[in-house]
Each structure stands twice: as structure tokens, then as C-alpha cells.
Write a protein that binds this ligand. Structure first.
Ligand code: ZN
Length: 568
């Protein structure tokens, strides 16, 4: 660190010396004055002419090398952040890190002065003007190798005028960049990199990526079923080989200061994660839109990948999801949003003297005599509920025996899918049959040649094999689902013990995975609804349910009845 003692010469070895400051704006490539080499040459020559000692031993990585400061920055990105403090001081953020550091050193009198090509290399706006003028007023010797400002009122005017031009020039460039962007955008062009599933062949041509677009489309379709989380979808998509678009990582602050060129940083793509999936699902690019200031417009550069109906469906599902996501920002409570009163109101957590309670602000007329619940009591009740949901050995034996015949009935959706496949198989079989039986007629009447028939036979055979493969995959899924439920059943066999030992976050995971609704009334678990897959386990124990609260509702009775019929 630089010493604060202004009188000690040892700590300020460069206080009689000058630095050279060169600045290159990335927006203004054609301007000769903009070249760093040109500025360096002119400034060093100026130092020699004026016998100004350069701080040749001043080297600070990321700032200055042998008394020379080279700064690259984008004037276009410069924002004029101005903060007025309550004490009347004004804070202005200098975007150029090295310029800022130099100004600091000059102000601390660690340097005598700086040599800069001309006004517009030092300043691009009125705020910068002010900083330079203030530095000069403080006695810092700022020299301009292509301009001399007399220390008179006319010199000051000269400076003002140059400052004005510099600011105008900078504004002008920003304007040009902006205008050309607006023009291209108005033409429906896409000025940014397209998302996963598209290729970039210029702002007017973003064709579909033949491989990835198919996977992205499936991501939308799968999410719209409501059965997939971002993480699950990411896992699935990774399995399909979906990667992010190849891009360079952003330069670090150190790399930027050391003037490391972006193009030297390797381009990489990565397997997608949950966040990439979320970004895909929210991006209107996939229905043929491009981002414009303040919204989206129709693109002329690319075609939609999915239809608007599917996109809107997904957006609605994302919104619904946000509601529960919202709670992530709130303090963690095991049963936040999980418990409900008979009147429909949710129990909200609160802490009193270090003890967590849940309270329902019941609707008028609700008969709940005690809308307060102690969290530890809830733990007990849930543990008890869980302990009653495993299959007995007898039941497991029954399931094993009946599963091949009956299990598919559990999911009507899965059944429909299998039905479709069976219809397909039937149709293919019929075609196949017709072909074999009428081979001779077909050849005689000249509809098909013998080779064509053979090819058709092969095609149908392959189609059949594919359908059978799918049917097999569906029954495997059923098998897996059953296995999962049985594993869970095993797990919850000792549920009361396990649940009590579980961490609060684990408790929450279990509760939200198993139950979609827990209704408490007068400190008792009155009713519960299980998530899909667990209703098989939860619906059965009518007797154990009455132990936990009042007897189950009709719905639950029906469910147990169905269960009993199913496994009888
Ligand atoms: Zn209530």
C-alpha cells in the first residue's frame, strides 16, 4: 500500500515524475488518435522534448508498466451514475479503472503529472472534465502532447472547448451505434446470440440447429405435463446430449485490467443445468420473437420452434410454480404452506420464546377450537401418519402376485399411451398381413415390384420392433415405479423413528413429497391427500387414520375400497 505520509520522499519515489496515459475506445476503431501505439509514441516524444522525467520504474500489474498506462474501454457502455450525498458531496463513478487509479495517485501527490495525447483521450464527458480541471487546480501537471493550454483565461476557454468536442464526439459515437442497432431491430433482425436450438449465421439468419432444436422442443412438451422439475429436465436433456451454446467466459477484472483480449479466451460449451432449462422455458425466442427495448417483436431472422399455445401453457405453469418458489426467500419453517385448517386457511409459522408454532387465521364461522399448533406436536403426528403407510409383508406378496395383471390400471394415462401403441401395432400387423397374403396379386397388377414388397416387409418389421420396444419401455417404467414405491414403503417401515431423527429440511422434503395436503383441526390430523404414487400407500389404512383424527372422508373410503378390490 502507498504510504499516507505526504512529506516522506522515500515513500513517494515518483512524486517528481510523470506517467504516460493512453486510452483506446473499442467503439472507435478507425480513428488514428485512437491507436495505443500512436499515442504512446507521441507522448514519449513529448516527454523527451519537454525533459519531463518518466516514472520508468513504476510497474503495477493491471495498471501501469514502466510508467506507461494503456487503457481500453467502451465509451458506449459508460453510464453516468451520479450520486448526490446528503452532506452535499457528489459521487461520480469513473468507469475507467486505470484513469481512476491515476487520478488518485496524482491527487495524493505520488506523481507530479501525466502526459496525455489530447483532451479527448483524458476526458469523454463533463464529469471527467471536472476531475481533470480539479487535478490541475490542485497543482497536478497534466500535459497534452498535441495541445497546449496556456495558464490564462483563454487557455481555460480552449480547454473547455476541447472538452465540449470530446464529449460531443463520444455522444455522437454512442448515438451512431444505437441508431444502427435500432435500424436493424426495426427490420426484425436479431442482434444477439440465439438461444440453444438455433444456429447463428448473421443477424438476419438464425436457422434451427437440427439436433438440439428437437431436444429443446421436447423440453417444452415434457415440462407442460407438469411432471418434471427443472433439475429432472436438465438431467434428461444432458442424457440427450444437450449442451449450452459455445461461448467465452467473461474476462475477470484482472484479465480486463491486463488488457487480455477477449478473443484469446477459449470458447466452451457446458452440459445444461436447471437454470439453462428455466431460461429455455421462459424465452419467447422459441415462438419467433426477438428482444427489443421494452419488450419483444416479431423476428424476420428465425422461425418459431414451438407453437404459441404450448408456450403459454408453460408460462402459466411457470407462474404457478413461482408462487411456491417465492417462499424460498422467506425464513425456513418445516411446515410452511403445508398445513391447512378445515376452513381452507393455511397455518402460518411464528416463533415465541424460541418455540415454533403454527397458527391458522380461520375464516369466520370456522369451528376449529384451537387454531394453534406446536411444531413438535406436528412432528409427532406426521411421524405417526408415516408409520402407518408401509405395506405389510402380506400386502407386498399380494402386489407381487398381481402386479403384472393389475398395476397398469393405476395410471390411466400410461394406459392410454400403451393403448395408442397397441393400435399402432395392430395397424402395422394388418398392413403386414395384407402384404403377405396378396403378394402375388400386387405383383401381377403391377402396384409394386417384388423388391419393393420385400423392402416394405422390412420397413414394417422394423416399425413393429420399434413399437414393441416402446411398449417394453412403458412396462419397465411401471415396474420401476412399483419398485420405487416398495422401496419407499421399506423406508417408512421405521418411519416414526426415521422422521424424528430427520433434519428439518429432510422433514420438509418428506412431507412435500408424500402429501399434497394436510388438514389439521383441533390439534389433530383430520385428513390428508397424498401425492401421486403415494396414494396407493396412504389410501389403505382406514383404521389407522381414525386413530390420528376423526374418521376419513368418503373420498378416502372409496379409495381404500378401490385398493381392496384391486389387490383382492
Ligand atoms: Zn379454520
Amino acid at each position: 500500500m502507498l504510504n499516507k505520509d505526504k512529506n516522506s520522499k522515500d515513500n513517494k519515489p515518483f512524486q517528481e515524475m510523470y506517467v504516460v496515459y493512453n486510452r483506446k475506445s473499442t467503439d472507435d476503431a478507425d480513428n488514428q488518435k485512437n491507436s495505443l501505439e500512436y499515442q504512446r509514441k507521441a507522448n514519449i516524444a513529448h516527454a523527451k522534448r519537454g525533459k519531463l522525467p518518466l516514472a520508468l520504474n513504476l510497474t503495477i500489474p493491471g495498471f501501469c508498466e514502466k510508467g506507461i498506462i494503456d487503457e481500453k474501454h467502451s465509451g458506449y457502455k459508460e453510464d453516468d451514475n451520479l450520486i448526490i450525498n446528503p452532506d452535499g458531496t457528489v459521487q461520480y463513478k469513473i468507469q475507467r479503472a486505470k484513469f481512476l487509479k491515476m487520478a488518485e495517485m496524482l491527487l495524493n501527490k505520488e506523481l507530479k503529472g501525466a502526459i496525455i495525447l489530447c483532451w479527448d483521450r483524458a476526458s469523454r464527458n463533463k464529469q471527467d472534465d471536472l476531475i481533470i480541471k480539479k487535478l490541475m487546480e490542485q497543482g497536478c501537471d497534466i500535459r497534452f502532447s498535441e495541445a497546449t493550454y496556456e495558464k490564462t483565461s483563454s487557455g481555460a476557454l480552449h480547454m473547455d472547448i476541447d472538452g465540449m468536442f470530446a464529449a460531443h464526439y463520444s455522444r455522437n459515437i454512442s448515438e451512431k451505434v444505437r441508431n444502427s442497432n435500432i435500424k436493424l431491430r426495426d427490420e426484425g433482425r436479431c442482434l444477439y446470440t440465439s438461444p440453444i436450438g438455433y444456429l447463428d449465421k448473421g443477424s438476419d439468419h438464425k436457422p434451427l440447429d437440427p439436433e438440439k432444436s428437437k431436444i429443446v422442443k421436447r423440453v417444452f412438451e415434457l415440462y407442460s405435463t407438469g411432471e418434471w422439475s427443472f433439475a429432472q429436465l436438465a438431467k434428461w436433456a444432458r442424457g440427450q446430449g444437450l449442451t449450452t451454446k459455445p461461448r467465452r467466459k467473461n474476462r475477470t477484472v484482472e484479465e480486463r485490467l491486463a488488457n487480455v483480449e477477449s478473443k484469446t479466451i477459449p470458447i466452451m460449451s457446458h452440459p445444461v443445468d436447471g437454470k439453462s432449462i428455466e431460461n429455455i422455458l421462459k424465452n419467447p425466442f422459441y415462438i419467433g420473437k426477438i428482444k427489443v427495448p421494452g419488450g419483444y417483436a416479431d423476428s424476420t431472422a428465425h422461425q418459431p420452434l414451438i407453437d404459441v399455445g404450448l408456450f403459454l401453457k408453460v408460462q402459466n405453469m411457470l407462474k404457478a410454480r413461482c408462487v411456491s418458489f417465492h417462499y424460498i426467500d422467506k425464513d425456513f419453517f418445516t411446515y410452511r404452506t403445508s398445513l391447512r385448517c378445515k376452513c381452507g386457511r393455511a397455518y402460518s409459522p411464528y416463533v415465541q420464546k424460541g418455540i415454533t408454532y403454527y397458527r391458522s387465521r380461520c375464516k369466520a364461522g370456522c369451528e376449529n377450537p384451537n387454531p394453534n399448533l406446536l411444531e413438535t406436536e406436528v412432528h409427532e403426528i406426521i411421524a405417526q401418519a408415516l408409520s402407518s403407510i408401509y405395506f405389510t409383508d402380506e400386502e407386498l406378496a399380494q402386489i407381487e402376485e398381481k402386479k403384472n395383471l393389475e398395476w397398469d390400471k393405476i395410471s390411466t394415462k400410461r394406459n392410454n399411451e400403451l393403448e395408442d401403441l397397441n393400435t399402432q401395432r395392430k395397424n402395422v400387423y394388418e398392413d403386414y398381413d395384407y402384404l403377405i397374403k396378396n403378394k402375388i396379386t400386387i405383383v401381377r397388377t403391377g402396384i409394386m415390384k417384388i423388391e419393393e414388397i420385400r423392402n416394405e416387409e422390412i420397413r414394417l418389421g422394423e416399425l413393429l420392433a420399434k413399437i414393441d420396444e416402446k411398449v417394453q419401455a412403458y412396462s419397465e417404467t411401471t415396474e420401476e415405479m412399483l419398485k420405487y414405491i416398495i422401496t419407499f414403503s421399506e423406508l417408512v417401515k421405521n418411519a416414526s423413528l426415521y422422521y424424528k431423527l430427520a433434519l428439518d429440511t429432510e422433514k420438509r422434503d418428506i412431507v412435500t413429497q408424500v402429501f399434497s395436503e394436510l388438514v389439521f383441526h383441533n390439534k389433530k390430523l383430520l385428513d390428508y391427500k397424498a401425492k401421486e404414487g403415494f396414494d396407493a400407500l396412504l389410501g389403505r389404512h382406514n383404521s389407522s387414520k381414525s386413530v390420528l383424527g376423526s374418521p376419513g372422508r368418503d373420498r378416502t373410503c372409496d379409495q381404500s375400497l378401490n385398493r381392496r378390490l384391486l389387490y383382492r
